[in-house]
Write a protein that binds this ligand. Sequence first.
Ligand code: C5J
Length: 229
Amino acid sequence: MKTSTLLTADAQPFAFEFDVARTALVIIDMQRDFIEPGGFGETLGNDVSLLAAIVPACQAMLAGWRRAGGLVIHTREAHRPDLADCPPAKRNRGNPTLRIGDEGPMGRILVMGEPGNQIIDALAPVEGEIVIDKPGKGAFYATGLQSMLQQRGIARLLFAGVTTEVCVQTSMREANDRGYDCLLLEDCTESYFPRFKAATLEMVRAQGGIVGWTAPSTALLGALERASA
Ligand code: C5J
């Protein structure tokens, strides 16, 4: 398959056209802090097993995208050890006894370099993939993401990761406002609140795709397979 070939995937609200050369898979915050017990997600009172359920679908999508030669970008919600990039407005909300920067079961909560801040082994980045540490919910805020995409001529983004209505949706809206065509992979994203995920998927594709497209990962993988057959 030529990576510049235009492929079509079934999606909502209508078919999504993409070429591997100008599309990136962006995997948001699949870090231990959110997926495993003892991290930031659990400190907030959430059932983290809900999020772990999407790991196999994310692995299959990542494997297919790597096989096709597509650009992969991983993000982590991560603060500097001195917390200079964590505004009190963020730190002071959540669990008052275990805040960002405090010592938790997997090291300091949401702090760069700590065990809890690492991407889970099943989705670990490989050489050549970009890893973005972001202090906000959105992947564009206070990061070099936009210039990295521009340097590589990327025009479309496939979004996976957690949580759907917080960091994934924020990043997708940031990308949409910057002119990227964005698709949210329905089975590769999850929320601690299933109704928030459902609402986000609806919001994204409403009004003719006001934020972008949604589709199951099999639709994208199927398009890649058809092209390489
Ligand atoms: C949250 C995220 N939920 N990655 N972060 O605080 O969605």
